[in-house]
Design a protein around this ligand. Structure first.
Ligand code: 3PG
Length: 309
C-alpha cells in the first residue's frame, strides 16, 4: 500500500539527518514530505491532512491537529518526552504514538555539563570559580538521560546519587550510583541536582521550595527536562530567600518569570537562548533515523515496541 509520511519539525534537524530520514522512508516505498521551520499551527494542519504517519520533535500534536489528520495511524516523537502529543485523543482515534528513547540522551547530558561548568566558573567572567570534582550530583530520575549524565559525571570526579522509584536497584548498582530512598534525601545530599523527570500530571509544578530549600549551601538546580515541572513562583521565592542558590536551565521559563529573573537574579541563573539539549548533528541523526525506522517497522512488520499510548 502506498503510504505518505510527514517530517514536521518547527525546529529543523540538520540537513544530513533530514535527508537520511527521507531516504529511509523512500527506500521503504513511501512518499516523504518535509515541513520545516514552520510558524503556527496552520501549516501543520494543512500538511498532516492526508498522511499515514508523522515524525515530530517538540511540535504540538493536539486534538485539533489530530482531528485534521483523517488517515493518520502513527505519530513518532523523535526524542524522549512526548508531553507535546495528546496521547489520549490519539488513542481514541486509533493513532499510535511512539518516542525514540535514549537517542538524544548523550547530547542532553553533555549540555548539562556545559551549563554546570559555565555556572561554576562564574559564566566565564574570569574571576575565581569552583570545580565540579568532588561535588555531589543528584539525578532526579534515572532514565536514559540520567544515566548518560552519570557516565560523564564520573569523569568529572563527582559523587553520584539518584532517585527513581521506577528503576530496579541493580541498575543503580551497575551504574555505580547510590540510590537514595526519597526525593527529599536526594535534594538534601546533592550540591547539584539534575532533573530528568518527564512532564506529567504528577510532576507538573512539583519542583518548588519544599525541595529546593533542602539543597546544601551553593545548591544548583540543573534543568534539561521541562519547564512545566518547575513551580516558578516558588523558584523565584527560593532565589530571593537563598542568595547561594543557582538555577541553570535549557528551557526558558514563562515570560513573567524570565522578566523577574533578568531584573533581580541574572547573576545566579543561566538559561540557554533556545532549547538546545538535543540539538546536535549526532542526536538529530540518532533520533530522526530511529523514528523513520520505527515507522517502517510499524507498517511493514507490525512492530509496536516503542508505542506509549
Ligand atoms: C526530548 O524530549 O527528547 C528533548 O526535550 C528534545 O526536544 P527537541 O527535539 O524539541 O529538541
Amino acid at each position: 500500500m502506498s503510504r505518505t509520511v510527514l517530517l514536521a519539525t518547527e525546529k529543523p534537524f540538520s540537513a544530513a539527518a533530514r535527508n537520511e530520514v527521507v531516504s529511509i522512508l523512500e527506500k521503504a516505498g513511501y512518499t516523504a514530505r518535509v515541513l520545516e521551520s514552520y510558524k503556527g499551527k496552520a501549516p501543520l494542519i494543512d500538511a498532516i491532512r492526508d498522511v499515514d504517519a508523522v515524525i515530530v520533535r517538540s511540535d504540538i500534536i493536539d486534538a485539533e491537529v489530530l482531528g485534521a489528520a483523517s488517515k493518520l495511524a502513527l505519530v513518532v516523537r523523535a526524542g524522549a518526552g512526548y508531553d507535546n502529543i495528546d496521547c489520549a485523543t490519539a488513542r481514541s482515534r486509533n493513532v499510535a504514538v511512539m518516542n525514540t528513547p535514549g537517542q538524544n540522551a548523550n547530547a542532553v547530558a553533555e549540555l548539562a555539563f556545559g551549563m554546570m561548568v559555565y555556572m561554576a566558573r562564574g559564566k566565564f567572567n574570569g574571576k575565581t570559580g569552583t570545580e565540579l570534582r568532588g561535588k555531589t550530583l543528584g539525578l532526579h530520575a534515572f532514565g536514559a538521560v540520567g544515566r548518560a549524565v552519570a557516565t560523564i559525571a564520573k569523569g568529572f570526579g563527582m559523587t553520584l546519587f539518584a532517585y527513581d522509584p521506577f528503576v530496579k536497584p541493580e541498575v543503580f548498582r551497575e551504574a555505580g550510583v547510590e540510590a537514595v530512598g526519597s526525593v527529599e534525601e536526594l535534594y538534601r545530599r546533592s550540591q547539584y541536582v539534575s532533573l530528568h523527570v518527564p512532564a506529567t500530571a504528577e510532576t507538573k509544578g512539583s519542583i518548588g521550595k519544599g525541595l529546593l530549600s533542602l539543597l546544601p549551601a551553593g545548591g544548583t538546580l540543573v534543568n534539561t527536562a521541562r519547564k512545566e515541572i518547575i513551580n516558578e513562583p516558588e523558584l523565584l521565592e527560593v532565589l530571593e530567600s537563598r542568595k547561594d542558590f543557582r538555577y541553570i536551565s535549557d528551557i526558558a521559563p514563562t515570560d513573567a518569570t524570565a522578566a523577574v529573573i533578568k531584573e533581580k537574579y541574572a547573576d545566579r541563573v543561566y538559561v540557554t537562548p533556545n532549547k538546545m539539549g538535543a540539538q546536535t548533528e549526532e542526536a538529530n541523526v540518532n533520533a530522526g533515523l530511529a523514528a523513520a525506522r520505527q515507522i517502517v517497522g510499524f507498517f511493514e512488520r507490525g512492530e509496536k515496541q516503542f508505542v506509549v499510548n
